[in-house]
Ligand binder design. Structure first.
Ligand code: OSB
Ligand code: MG
Length: 369
């Protein structure tokens, strides 16, 4: 693939409803889109960073810098074998996984277009459709949250995940469980707690949570292992898992029973497949995490989730969960039984990118050629 041109496009798309996590409250999806041009084709990637360094140390400012000054020079006007060889070339860059994944994802899309094969086929996906769950932010009151849960249960979402933070945890879980005794319920702490809170997590055991997502800080693999041994509820790691090496260590010391894979957090799809495979060998089910992405990233997540060990409901909601307008045609829309069809060359289903929608959301564009 000879790379002729790369664009970085910054877009803003307002959320229909504020999304609050333990680290910040989001009002707008500020995102970078990558377009890589080669041999008459364009590959698209979406950088999953946010406007500030909350979820991880990167943000759209640092990602833009890394993409422009370190990643584009690796590929522009060069003949690139594919996404895997690009990843090998990034060995000298510490961290900055979200920036690297944005380019890597675009190279997968380009490869898929040049070879005229779906991403599912390229990576060896097996599912025709994937089940989705919903991730709900912290709401001003319990009543607001219960209303939101009601709304998404009516749409058929297979799992309800609620965000928690210190001071907004046990009471909320209790309130939700009382109102909805039988739903598949999970909580996500986004690394807001420490082992000092062990008694609190023991108290969660009473509420039949399917898992607790990332209770402790990202580097706390040892403490997660201590916590996992002290509680019944499975721990699902998110922020802690950036590579197959992290995964090996987490499994070896028993830091979790489930892993959420986000290709962005792990430098891309190449490393995500390795993590998926290692988890499968070790009977650790995985599911596909989300970053409130726009359609480009959302659609690539659907394809990644077609790998066999993606066994639990994913954070790949319909676009309308977050946005009034999105950037794919068709928009990502859940079916009646709350699944999403995996784009594939067998069923002929595919998504196109809506360039007009991107133009409307565009804040800036840099062209490198
Ligand atoms: O931890 O899973 C997370 C959103 C932003 C940053 C981190 C997370 C989330 C979500 C939303 O939970 C998942 C989605 O895209 O629906
Ligand atoms: Mg999470």
């Amino acid at each position: 693939m000879f790379i002729e041109r790369v664009d970085i496009i910054r877009v803003n798309n307002p959320f229909t409803h504020p999304f609050e996590t333990s680290f910040t409250k989001f009002l707008v999806r500020d995102a970078l889109l990558i377009k890589i041009y080669s041999e008459g084709h364009v590959g698209y990637g979406e950088c999953k960073a946010f406007f500030g360094p909350f979820y991880c140390p990167e943000d759209n400012g640092t990602s833009h810098h890394i993409i422009k000054n370190f990643l584009i020079p690796l590929i522009l006007h060069k003949d690139i074998e594919g996404p895997e060889s690009f990843i090998e070339q990034t060995w000298f860059i510490k961290g900055n996984n979200l920036a690297i994944a944005a380019v890597e994802n675009a190279l997968w899309d380009l490869k898929s277009k040049i070879e005229n094969k779906s991403l599912k086929t390229l990576i060896g996906g097996v599912y025709d459709e994937v089940k989705v769950g919903v991730s709900l932010g912290i709401e001003p009151t319990l009543k607001d949250l219960l209303n939101k849960i009601d709304h998404y249960l009516a749409e058929g979402y297979h799992r309800t995940k609620i965000k928690i933070k210190p001071g907004r945890d046990l009471e909320v879980i209790k309130g939700v469980r009382e109102a909805f005794p039988d739903i598949v319920l999970t909580v996500d702490a986004n690394s807001a707690y420490s082992l000092k809170d062990i008694e609190l997590f023991k108290a969660f055991d009473e509420y039949n949570l399917a898992y607790i997502e990332q209770p402790l800080r990202e580097n706390d693999l040892i403490d997660h292992s201590v916590l996992q041994k002290a509680i019944e509820t499975p721990i699902c790691l998110d922020e802690s898992i950036e590579s197959v090496e992290d995964t090996r260590q987490a499994i070896e010391i028993g830091s979790c029973k489930i892993i959420n894979i986000k290709s962005s957090r792990c430098r891309g799809i190449t490393e995500s497949i390795k993590i998926h495979d290692l988890c499968m060998e070790n009977d650790i089910p995985v599911w596909c995490g989300g970053m409130t992405e726009l359609g480009i990233g959302r659609v690539q997540n659907i394809s990644l989730a077609s790998l066999p060990n993606f066994k639990l409901a994913h954070d790949i909601a319909g676009s309308n969960r977050y946005f009034k307008e999105d950037i794919t045609i068709p928009e990502v829309k859940i079916s009646k039984d709350c699944t999403l069809i995996v784009p594939d060359d067998v069923n002929g289903f595919k998504y196109e990118v809506d360039e007009d929608a991107i133009d409307k959301m565009m804040v800036s564009r840099d062209i490198f050629k």
